[in-house]
Design a protein around this ligand. Structure first.
Ligand SMILES: [Zn+2]
Length: 209
């Protein structure tokens, strides 16, 4: 049996080994040289490039860091049901004509994001489009972000909640609807949560019901 040359060397080795235990290739160097920590630097792997920077298949090129609500997918799964997660976080679409708010025309109130409760649309933004999804000619200022979506071979403008990035639907322009903007925000009911009280705080309260 071979013993370490001295107790002090043993302590040094133990301490250093535990601090670099994630790099097993370094242990051999350590055993043979007191300066082992220096060559370690050159053997460290370089930082891999993130493939997402150059990804081309994603329908979204928005950085998640541009939203103030930064919850992870696991955190969203904990608060959303399956259908909400599929549509809000995976950019799904509810079947036409099935949504809770498709034929919903209250005289006042606020439609908030079903994910983060940020107020998005007012009742008087909503109009009858006959398209099978809730339609709004405008949003609460700054509440909705839009960007180009080239999925499914179409060039469309996706709309997301400006606070959490949750997918709402798409916006279409110039269809000839008799509205002040001639725009149609085509939104999934699943992405929304209606509160009959006409202010932002009411929408927040609506969440805790
Ligand atoms: Zn949101």
């Amino acid at each position: 049996m071979r013993l370490p040359q001295s107790a002090s060397q043993l302590r040094f080795s133990h301490h250093t080994l535990s601090s670099i235990s994630r790099r097993p290739q370094a242990i051999q160097h350590l055993a043979s040289s007191r300066n082992a920590t220096l060559p370690l630097r050159s053997s460290m792997p370089s930082i891999p490039f993130s493939g997402s920077l150059f990804g081309s298949s994603s329908s979204s090129n928005m950085s998640s860091s541009s939203f103030s609500d930064q919850r992870s997918n696991d955190e969203w799964r904990a608060v959303l049901n399956r259908e909400q997660f599929r549509i809000l976080r995976e950019k799904g679409t509810e079947p036409a004509g099935t949504g809770q708010y498709d034929k919903h025309y209250p005289s006042h109130g606020v439609y908030a994001c079903a994910g983060c409760s940020a107020p998005l649309y007012k009742a008087d933004h909503k109009f009858k489009s006959g398209c099978g999804w809730p339609a709004y000619f405008d949003s609460i200022p700054g509440a909705v972000k839009r960007h180009e979506d080239r999925s499914f071979g179409m060039a469309r403008t996706e709309i997301v909640c400006a606070n959490c990035g949750g997918h709402l639907g798409h916006v279409f322009k110039g269809e000839g609807f008799p509205t002040p903007t001639d725009e149609r925000h085509c939104v999934n009911s699943v992405s929304l949560k209606f509160s009959p009280e006409d202010d932002a705080q009411a929408a927040q309260k609506g969440e805790s019901k």
